[in-house]
Design a protein around this ligand. Sequence first.
Ligand SMILES: *[C@@H]1O[C@H](CO)[C@@H](O)[C@H](O)[C@H]1NC(C)=O
Length: 350
Amino acid sequence: MAWKHANEQDFRRAISGHNLALVAFVDVGTGTPISIQKTPIDSLGSENSHPRKTGSQALESEWMSIAGSHTSLISFDCSTGSAVCDEFGIISYPALRFFDGHGQMKSYRGPRRASAIASFLKRAVRPAITTLDEENSTNFQSVDETVLIAHINSRDEHVVTAFETVSSQFQDRASFGLIDTTGASTIACYNNRDEQKFTMSDLTAVDALTKLVESCIAPLIGEFTRANEMKYLQSGKSLVLFFATSSGEREAFADEMRQVAKMYKEYLSFVTVDANEYGDFAVPLGLTPGVFPALAVQNPMYGQVFPYTSRAKISPETVGAFVMDIVQKKVKPWDGQSRPEEVVQAHDEL
Ligand SMILES: *[C@@H]1O[C@H](CO)[C@@H](O)[C@H](O)[C@H]1NC(C)=O
């Protein structure tokens, strides 16, 4: 379904009064339209030489799949209404902003998936912290993709304050529940999508709670982008990068690989890469330009890369075996020259 943008008048009405609104400021005018063309290797890295899909285009299907059933979702086209977007300080697209009905505009930094946006809208109408007791806390655990449940002894005032701070800071990405306790204060965070639980009982460090929320929110298999590239490369772990052009393929990979990723999470970070936007990242990994889906393992510490060259379909079994082969040094790192299609051809000739 194609974007149905609000005009300026509808947009202003939607964010006025006490209305809650989540607005997607998009720019569908920029970026080269998607065109599939074979990229010559020597022109890689030049911005307009390969197929590109803008972030606004990527959001379109996710957004439109829920916009019909949520009147609080508004999209506005900055390519035709740039004065409005300037007024709201929008400098990159798409920008998602939440208008809270009390005159405040906040950034939505959660995933740009339909299900995450829908969860956010449900959360937005609840207070930042929900009061719970032992009985109803079990239901609350699964109310959202990410849920924090704190047992706090009211005598631990600094914990109360810290919990209030993180709840307002992360309200766009997680739900927070609070149970009064007479025992020791403890905080647990549930990442329901990845079925992971994070807990902490030592709440003395100032940023301990922020760190807990950040690790809990981070998807087990995240999306690799220019913005978080350094964080991944400096994490001390090797990366398993899966490139695909459609968000459906990337999500399917993340769902399928969850168990394998969990098994190796101390050493490996599994990530998905939008091949429309970052297709050129595949080239220094020894993958064939423009041929997706594709997978490679990168060890940033040793500067080694291992393109997945097998013809066997990318699956938890084949990827698990590939990783084991690398660990046991049965596959050599890429020599920096040959490309998978050449390797395969060379094999055929033998
Ligand atoms: C849970 O129970 C407490 C105490 O009985 C109540 O105040 C609170 O509103 C309940 N919360 C939910 C989400 O049902």
